[in-house]
Design a protein around this ligand. Structure first.
Ligand code: SF4
Length: 231
């Protein structure tokens, strides 16, 4: 498996752990605000063999506490299973970032105990994914992923990047109801300085959700989930 790259250590990508981050290239979504545009388009320049990443992880045993696999959308790559297996065989817990579009892959990863933590993005109410994905069956796929993660993942979180015009108070409440009972829901303010997949996104309108509105989102979501935080 070819990886787009590797970040040797991170304090933020695997909650509670010092982790190595592995980047998988390619994505089936077109989120206008995507910060990883090169990765999403699949044209990220630096590439390494997963065997190199495994060698690095071997050398860091006892120093790193986990491995985060992100993208792009890692579930699109059929090499993900072997990658997770190799990482787990070194004793590292695996955290997977996903857009939730491939519930069958998530189910198989969980059945084979190849992931320990799943972070799934929920970009908008499930009926409102047109700006992010053109697949007309995406609603059912996302709902299936949510069910699978909540039922079977050893640890997980759902995350929403809060950017106008994609989320508002009603939207956040709808999402929170969709994941009712979830262990953790994370609200992330959009970082306006970043370069986006749609280069015009930042210029067409102000996508910023200000801190007062973020707090309001949090208070609307909190009654439906066990834990809600702004990160
Ligand atoms: S933000 Fe959207 S386009 Fe970018 S990697 Fe994630 S799912 Fe893909």
């Amino acid at each position: 498996m070819i990886l787009a790259g590797l970040q040797k250590n991170s304090f933020i990508d695997f909650p509670g752990k010092i982790s190595c981050v592995l980047f998988v290239t390619g994505c089936n979504f077109i989120c206008p605000y995507c910060h990883n545009a090169d990765l999403a388009r699949g044209d990220y320049p630096a590439r390494i063999e997963s065997t190199e990443a495994i060698d690095f992880l071997k050398s860091r045993r006892g120093m790193l506490e986990g491995v985060a696999i992100t993208g792009g959308e890692p579930t699109l790559d059929s090499g993900l299973f072997n990658l997770c297996r190799s990482v787990k065989s070194l004793g590292y817990p695996v955290k997977l970032d996903t857009n939730g579009s491939r519930p069958g892959v998530l189910r198989r990863l969980l059945d084979q105990q190849l992931v320990d933590f799943i972070a799934m993005d929920i970009k908008a109410p499930l009926d409102d994914y047109h700006p992010f994905c053109r697949n007309h069956q995406i609603h059912e796929r996302l709902a299936a992923s949510i069910r699978t993660i909540m039922a079977s993942s050893p640890a997980y979180e759902f995350r929403t990047t809060c950017a106008a015009p994609f989320v508002n108070e009603a939207g956040i409440e709808t999402i929170a109801k969709t994941i009712a009972g979830a262990a953790c829901y994370v609200l992330q303010p959009f970082n306006r300085r970043a370069v986006c997949l749609d280069p015009t996104f930042n210029h067409r309108q102000d996508p910023t959700i200000f801190p007062e509105a973020m707090q309001r989102f949090k208070s609307l979501a909190e009654p439906f989930v066990k834990r809600c935080m702004i990160r």
